[in-house]
Design a protein around this ligand. Structure first.
Ligand code: NAD
Length: 309
């Protein structure tokens, strides 16, 4: 199913005279996790006028997230066309940074951007379910965990789905949206309306481990790391084969560095455990880099080195 199909569905509903399921233009949004994805997701909603409450239990992560939001606002003005209209101060002023999950009680939608680990996701989903109003929709930014598993940690199976934003979320205009078996039509339409309102194209896919994006990308990254590990080529050459020979914008190992090698490792573990497929067993090289603190761009070094973070 594509975004084109979605617009078609809406047009049909309108022609039949049914209620147009448009979300209110500016509703309170919650974001959980101020890491690589959280700040960009918050920026995307705040630029469109939504008040955003960003929760992370770690004050240092909140401070870092605020620094990245400021950088993200500058980047969006330089790189996005058309450039965002909202003045930087207005965008910053729409985001509240909180350490307490209780502050998310009244949001209409919460986008969960916590670490890609089953146990942490379970704890976050249970907390959100206990904290948020019954009408709140919970959207996970998970890379690989099936919606059905996440929804199972809540008592609101019909109001859970995945919005897999791309990185960097404030610059990428497409989102992989995953509907669980029990996600309601109303929930889906509300979220698609909100995404459209912030200028994101939705690509709707069915629920499965890794969905489409990471079911394909993660084994490719793992295989690329294995080629370095066995000495077929160094990381630079592996990536150049993809950029120079295939015309990809970025090679798999630079992509891994952009994602964060810890998140890649966690995603592979989720994929291995949910599919039982040994292709997803993380390479020793990937594990070793993460063990040594080389987490990619965010730590200044991964498969490649970066001068600035
Ligand atoms: N990095 C990417 O390119 C990318 C792209 C799409 C989706 N994702 C997914 O988005 C999610 C977030 O990834 P990320 O790269 O931003 O991770 P990250 O490690 O950069 O950030 C995770 C944040 O969650 C916070 N956190 C930890 N425990 C928490 C808890 N119990 N409650 C609330 N917050 C908590 C951490 O302090 C940290 O700030 C993951 O599910 C990941 O798979 C990542």
């Amino acid at each position: 199913m594509s975004s084109t199909d979605r617009r078609g569905d809406r047009a049909v509903a309108d022609e039949r005279g049914g209620p147009a399921p448009a979300a209110p233009p500016q509703v309170p949004i919650g974001v959980v996790g101020a890491g690589t994805m959280g700040a960009g997701v918050a920026q995307s909603f705040a630029e469109a006028g939504h008040p955003v409450t960003l929760h992370d239990p770690d004050p240092a992560a909140l401070a870092d997230g605020e620094r990245r939001l400021r950088a993200g606002i500058r980047a969006a003005r330089l790189l996005r066309r058309p450039a965002p209209e909202a003045p930087p101060a207005a965008v910053l002023g729409r985001v509240r940074w909180v350490t307490e999950a209780a502050e998310l009680a009244d949001v209409a939608l919460v986008v969960e951007c916590g670490p890609e680990r089953m146990a942490v996701k379970e704890q976050i989903l249970r907390t959100l379910d206990a904290t948020c109003a019954p009408h709140t929709v919970i959207a996970s930014c998970t890379s690989a965990i099936p919606v059905e598993i996440l929804a199972g940690h809540t008592g609101r199976h019909d109001r859970v789905l995945a919005t897999h934003f791309m990185n960097p979320a404030h610059l990428k205009d497409a989102v992989e949206v995953v509907r669980g078996a029990r996600t309601s039509e109303e929930t889906l339409k509300t979220v698609l309306g909100l995404l459209e309102g912030i200028g994101k194209r939705a690509h709707l896919v069915r629920d499965a481990p890794g969905f489409v994006s990471n079911r394909v990308l993660m084994p490719m990254i793992n295989d690329a790391a294995a080629r370095v590990e066995e000495g077929t080529a160094d990381a630079e050459t592996v990536d150049r084969v993809f950029t120079d020979c295939f015309g990809h914008a970025m090679g798999p190992l630079r992509t891994a560095d952009l994602i964060g090698l810890d998140t890649v490792l966690d995603s592979l573990v989720v994929l291995r455990d949910t599919t039982g497929d040994p292709r997803f067993e993380p390479t020793a090289l990937l594990r070793d880099l993460v063990d040594r603190g080389h987490r990619g761009r965010k730590s200044g070094r991964g498969f490649h080195s970066y001068e600035t973070r």
